[in-house]
Structure formats: C-alpha cells, structure tokens
Design a protein around this ligand. Structure first.
Ligand SMILES: Cc1cc2nc3c(=O)[nH]c(=O)nc-3n(C[C@H](O)[C@H](O)[C@H](O)COP(=O)(O)OP(=O)(O)OC[C@H]3O[C@@H](n4cnc5c(N)ncnc54)[C@H](O)[C@@H]3O)c2cc1C
Length: 380
C-alpha cells in the first residue's frame, strides 16, 4: 500500500513542502510507494508581498502569479478544489466538489485571510491592500488624492507584521514625490501599547516616524467605521474617534473557514512549536500562517518552517521518526521608502535588532521579489 501525503494549500508553505518532498522521496514516488497530493481552491499561486508594490504601480499583475501545476514538480498530483472539512478522526479531507481525499500524513498550509467583515463599515469605507482587487482600488484612489488626512489603521492578528509600517513609509515618500506632502496628514494606529508587536521594531520605528512627521497612536482597536463621500471616522473600542479622508486598513485575520468549520478556533491550529505537528495528531503537520504559534505570520516563517516539515516527513516515511526541530526563525525586510530598507531576523531565543536602513538592503528585497519562484520550487 502506498503512503498518501496530502498537502492542504499550495501557497508559500505548501508549494515548498511539496517540491522538497518530490525531490527527497523521488525514488519512493517513482516506485508507487508514496503519493503526494496538493489541494488548492486557486489554480494560480500569488506572490503576496508584491501587493505592496502594486499600490504604487511598481509591480505588474502578470509578474505576481504562476500556475500551480507549473510550480509543482510533475510527480505531484494537483487537485483544484476547495476544502470544506478536515476529518481528523477518519484521516480524510472533504472538498466542495464532494471528494473525500484520504491521507496517511496531512500538512495543513491553508494560510490566513484578512476579514474586513469583522469590523462594521470597514468594507464600505476603508481600503485594504492585502488583496489584488483592494491594492488596485487603492492605487487608483492615490492617483487622484490631492490632500487630506490619511490613516493607516492596523488590527491584529494579521499576516506580514511589517507591511503596515512599509506602506506608511512608502506613502510618505509617494506624497513627497507628488509634491503634496504638506497637504497630507499621515497617521498610523496600532492596537497594542506600542507601534509594533516586536518591541525592538517599535523602538526603531518611532524615531523613523518622527523624522517624517508621521503621527502615531497606540492602543487603538478599530470597532466601527462610518463614512460619506470617501471621508469618514473610525471609532475605536477604547472610545476614541479618528477622522480620515483616506483609510488604509489592515483588518484582523482568521484561518480558513474549513478549519473553523472543523472545530479549530479562529482557524489557528494548535501546533507544537518545535516539531510543527498539530497537537493531538501524530500524522498532521501545520505550516505557515495557520499555526497558532505566537510568531510572525510571514512568508519567511512559512519558508523556514517548510524546510523542517519536509525534512521531518521524509525522515518519518523513510526511517519512522522526525529528524529536526524548528527554532522559530523569521527574517523580514522592512522597506523604509522606495530606495532604502532595513531587515530583522530573530528566533525563539534571539530578539530582533533592526540595522540602519540602506540602499543595499532595499536592492536585496527587490532582488528577492524576483527570485521568490525559486523558493516556491524548493530550490532557494
Ligand atoms: C501585502 C502583503 C505583503 C507581504 N509581504 C511579505 C514580506 O515582505 N515578507 C514575508 O515574509 N511575508 C510577506 N507577506 C506574508 C506572506 O505572503 C504570507 O505570510 C505567506 O504567504 C504565508 O504562507 P502560507 O503558505 O501559510 O499561506 P498562503 O501563501 O496564503 O497559502 C495558502 C493557500 O491555501 C489555499 N487555501 C486556503 N483555504 C483553502 C481551502 N479551504 N481549500 C483549498 N485551498 C485553500 C489558498 O488558496 C492559498 O493558495 C505579505 C503578505 C501580504 C498580504
């Protein structure tokens, strides 16, 4: 009997794991001893970090997608379908089209989703650049924007913890280049008692904000948004109000509905922080945004975790036991405009320590944007 490995989600984590397994288990796959399947509701894989650049007309839509089948090793079976339920007792994934996909090993890599619907009025009056449609809509608004108060308001949890900082720095430079910075009040709000979840990043960001005359407010949790003709007001849970002429919001995220419907609270799967197995399920690994680990939901996290999950699956299938622990490693570039950037790396035991922004780090980020497809293929 062949061993069936099912990977739920062919995004960053899912595609890296699938391609690494195809390489590490190529003999077993050729002999029919192992079968690898990837299930995704989309046929195209989107490079999500490009959305930040789409807002400023610096990334073309046709460069940010690849066909899932082309990205995955030809030995992998790709199933284009939406997962509706995970039946962990029966070792089956049930899909919208009625398939029951059985597994010996399951990898959950279904990511996270911005949920503007959780804040009253946000969909109607706010702009959300975390989707392609939203990024393009914001791009058009920015083209026409001639001045007023722009508020970048952040809710938690959300993926890419540094993207809200990046867009704020980029907006500052964008308005300066357009010659209207003196007509724009730029505000940033954050839900906890500092401007970023990572203390070192918060301490680094405050003087960067002050240098650029970016106003910031902490302990501000969006509760309700009211608006008329593009302008409006955000009401916070803490009882404050903030007026805006353009609201760029990062809504709270949740995991996929399929997990929530399978009894997993908010879609964040309780996960062992080192082995990356779902708690209580020896044959289920979890990777990327959908873990409940208190670390950044970022592509780099998904990448470093994926290396560990793939190696452990290969070791389990070949030798009966996992081989490696995840150490909590994350690495994020932080754009500080259109020509400089810094970066942070950290793990469970080492806190981040942002370095002074430089052109070179910015070029490295732009370079990585182009070579990402090698990462998704499990090569880099
Ligand atoms: C604007 C923006 C900027 C970012 N910038 C960076 C950055 O600079 N650096 C960085 O490290 N990270 C960045 N990220 C975050 C990064 O893109 C994510 O953290 C990363 O993609 C997570 O990988 P994942 O595999 O967990 O989820 P995803 O890559 O989102 O993949 C999940 C996959 O699961 C599929 N799926 C979900 N539910 C179902 C279902 N029910 N049935 C079938 N398929 C399903 C989806 O279609 C998707 O293909 C950014 C994100 C955004 C939005």
């Amino acid at each position: 009997m062949a061993t069936h490995v099912v990977i739920a989600g062919g995004g960053t984590a899912g595609s890296i794991i699938a391609n690494l397994l195809a390489r590490g288990l190529h003999r077993e796959i050729q002999n029919g001893e192992v079968i690898i399947k990837v299930i995704d509701k989309e046929e195209k894989h989107m490079y999500q970090p490009a959305l930040l650049y789409v807002v400023f007309d610096r990334f073309r839509e046709d460069e940010m997608f690849k066909d899932m089948r082309d990205l995955l090793n030809p030995s992998i079976i790709f199933i284009h379908d939406e997962i509706e339920e995970f039946d962990f007792n029966a070792n089956v994934v049930r899909t919208k089209s009625g398939k029951n996909v059985e597994y010996d090993y399951l990898v959950i890599a279904t990511g996270s989703n911005p949920r503007a619907d959780l804040i009253e009025g946000l969909n109607e009056h706010g702009d959300i650049f975390y989707t392609l449609e939203g990024a393009k809509k914001l791009r058009e608004k920015l083209r026409k924007f001639e001045g007023g108060r722009v508020v970048v308001s952040v809710a938690a949890p959300h993926k890419c913890p540094v993207a809200p900082l990046e867009i704020t720095f980029m907006l500052d430079e964008y308005f300066r280049a357009k010659g209207i910075r003196d007509k724009v009040e730029l505000h940033y709000t954050y839900p906890i008692g500092r401007v970023h979840a990572l203390e070192a990043v918060a301490n680094w960001a405050v003087p960067e904000f002050e240098k650029r005359d970016i106003k910031y407010e902490t302990l501000f949790n969006m509760e309700k948004v009211e608006g008329k003709d593009g302008s409006g007001v955000i009401h916070s849970m803490e009882g404050f109000e903030k007026e805006f002429d353009l609201l760029i919001a990062i809504p709270p995220h949740k995991g996929t509905d399929a997990l929530i419907n399978s009894g997993i609270q908010d879609g964040w799967v309780p996960t062992d922080r080192h082995l990356l197995k779902a708690e209580g399920h020896e044959n289920v690994y979890v990777c990327g945004d959908t873990t409940n680990l208190p670390i950044s939901k970022a592509g780099s996290t998904a990448h470093f975790e994926a290396d560990v999950v793939a190696e452990n699956l290969i070791a389990e299938i070949k030798e009966g036991h996992p081989a490696r622990d995840y150490d909590g490693k994350v690495m994020c570039f932080i754009e500080t405009g259109f020509s400089s950037a810094t970066y942070v790396w950290f793990n469970y035991t080492t806190p981040p320590d942002p370095v002074p922004p430089s052109k070179m780090i910015h070029w490295l980020k732009l370079g990585y944007n182009r070579v990402y497809w090698l990462t998704a293929r499990g090569i880099l």
